[in-house]
Write a protein that binds this ligand. Structure first.
Ligand code: HEM
Length: 496
């Protein structure tokens, strides 16, 4: 037998075996009576994401939409791994809240990750270590602590206003400003200040700031690949090392610089660094020790989780305000009513109810993280369905598809801040995840967004060029972006 003949036979056998294997694996849901969309033999239902043709949020939305309107769930595959997408609101609450002890972990990250900053962060850590860590970090992001952060946030807001002012006065610069660029600089400065305890000026191009380094984590093909792997193929996390090495090194450097200085001079600033110092010097529990990279990991993860999400919402909200002058006027009037001569306080901010409506509608249309997931730690029967979710099967929720479902929202793609819908609380919360593992930074994020919007809207009117076509939620990334940018022009209020 010739070599070519043998190779051909081997190839045919291999392809046939792969075909039989793939077909069997991809029948997992069919064997359990669960519908799935048409599936690719190699990529499962994630071909468009894994070949970087569509963003994750849109791929998941298509899976959601391929079910019938009343289907409580739909199965799908990432490669050959079966996953379940929940559509029914009661089932979502059941898994995320009521039966949380069966679903305490997300798939994000993995023990195969080489960098301990990624491995031991609150985003990826598994139960029971997660519960201990969360209980230690929660006190930092609530109540009085947030009130203490307001002056630090305001300071960063001032740099942002100065930047806008320069745009308006500099004849040589076009004041058609990209909102994500603006908001990401502001949010990066805020997180640097309240978390790392350092003053950065991301609006000053000459500085090597946290912003510049933060952008490296999210932007470009490296960002897409790292986040796609972390969220959807965590088994491959070991491949990410070349992408995470440099940012991890940078986070280590600024963390230890800041904490060592703090310890040396015994200075307190009411920020997360003070809090980390207390954890570092406090009694240690073997379940999770606040030492070395474990400390850096928490600050890095707050930055990573908070930076992109919060700046995206500010950018989209400013864009929508520019498109809707009528809402701008209402918001401006509300701010003027509450702020007359008074200093900005958390209590005053909380009285601005239209501001709340503006933010929640913007979040509904562009949830920064369009997907959440949970993994079963043991076999579990999904109530009222008879379906057994086997141990290690992951459950997904398509946040964007759920909160934009035309079944529940009239003119679901329109920006209508005054909309009233049944179960609004559920939709508002879902953007931050629900249950014990929901976003730990929700209140801080809302405060950061509100300060930016209040300061900008009370000083400027926003306009956008109607002929400039903008496509929303279209960039290839796990987070929600507008690929072409969100451009807005500022004009100083005439009475000032
Ligand atoms: C508008 C801004 C934000 C949005 C929409 C958002 C959304 C989310 C979502 C959807 C999750 C997953 C929740 C789940 O799995 O149920 C999450 C988790 C998380 N977020 Fe946020 N987030 C925002 C801002 C922030 C900020 C400012 C911080 C910190 C400073 C932060 C820190 C975190 C952390 C640490 C987690 C993981 C919590 C855990 O596993 O216990 N987020 N966020």
């Amino acid at each position: 037998m010739s070599l070519i003949y043998c190779t051909t036979i081997l190839l045919i056998i291999s392809i046939s075996l792969f075909y039989i294997y793939a077909k069997y694996k991809l029948s997992y849901w069919k064997r359990r009576g669960v519908k799935t969309p048409p599936t690719h033999l190699l990529f499962g239902n994630f071909k468009d994401l894994l070949t970087l043709r569509k963003p994750a949020g849109e791929v998941m939305r298509e899976i959601y939409n391929s079910a019938d309107p009343n289907d409580p769930y739909i199965g799908f595959y990432i490669f050959h791994k079966p996953m379940l997408l929940l559509r029914n609101h009661d089932l979502i609450k059941q898994v995320m809240i009521t039966d949380f002890e069966i679903f305490p972990n997300r798939r994000f990250g993995s023990t195969k990750q080489k960098d301990s900053i990624g491995l031991d962060s609150i985003l990826s850590i598994k139960q029971p270590r997660w519960k201990y860590l969360r209980s230690k970090l929660t006190p930092f992001l609530t109540g009085q602590k947030l009130k203490n952060m307001l002056p630090l946030i305001e300071e960063c807001g001032k740099s942002m206003l100065k930047f806008i002012e320069n745009l308006l006065t500099n004849k040589f610069v076009d004041n058609n400003c990209e909102m994500k660029d603006l908001s990401s600089r502001y949010v990066s400065d805020v997180i640097a200040s309240v978390a790392f305890g350092i003053n950065t000026d991301s609006f000053n191009e000459t500085q090597n700031t946290l912003w510049k380094n933060g952008m490296k984590i999210f932007q470009g093909i490296k960002g897409v690949i790292s986040f796609t792997i972390s969220f959807f193929i965590p088994e491959w996390c070991f491949l990410m090392e070349p992408f995470t090495k440099e940012p991890a090194k940078y986070f280590r450097e600024i963390f230890w610089d800041s904490i060592n200085t703090r310890e040396k001079i015994g200075f307190k600033r009411g920020d997360l660094m003070d809090f980390m110092l207390t954890l570092k010097n406090g009694e240690q529990n073997p379940i999770y020790k606040f030492e070395g990279d474990n400390l850096v990991a928490q600050l890095a993860s707050l930055y990573i989780a908070g930076f992109e999400a919060t700046s995206n919402v500010i950018a989209f909200t400013l864009y929508h305000l520019a498109c809707h002058p009528e809402h701008q006027v209402t918001l401006y009037n509300e701010i003027q009513t509450h702020l007359t001569e008074k200093q900005l306080t958390v209590d005053l901010i909380n009285k601005m109810s239209f501001l709340d409506c503006i933010i929640s509608e913007s979040l509904r249309l562009h949830p920064p993280l369009p997907i959440v997931d949970r993994t079963a730690i043991k076999d579990y029967e999904l109530p009222g369905t008879g379906l057994i979710i086997e141990k290690d099967i992951s459950i997904y929720i398509s946040i964007n598809a759920t909160i934009q479902d035309p079944e529940y929202f009239l003119n679901s793609n329109d920006f209508i801040p005054s909309r009233t819908v049944e179960d609004k609380k559920f939709y508002d919360s879902l953007v931050f995840g629900i249950g014990p593992r929901s976003c730990i930074g929700q209140r801080l994020a809302i405060l950061i967004m509100k300060v930016a919007l209040i300061r900008i809207v009370s000083n400027y009117t926003l306009n956008y060029e109607k002929d400039k076509k903008i496509t929303l939620n279209d960039a290839i990334h796990v987070f929600t972006y507008a690929a072409g940018g969100l451009y807005v022009r500022f004009k100083k209020h005439s009475h000032e």
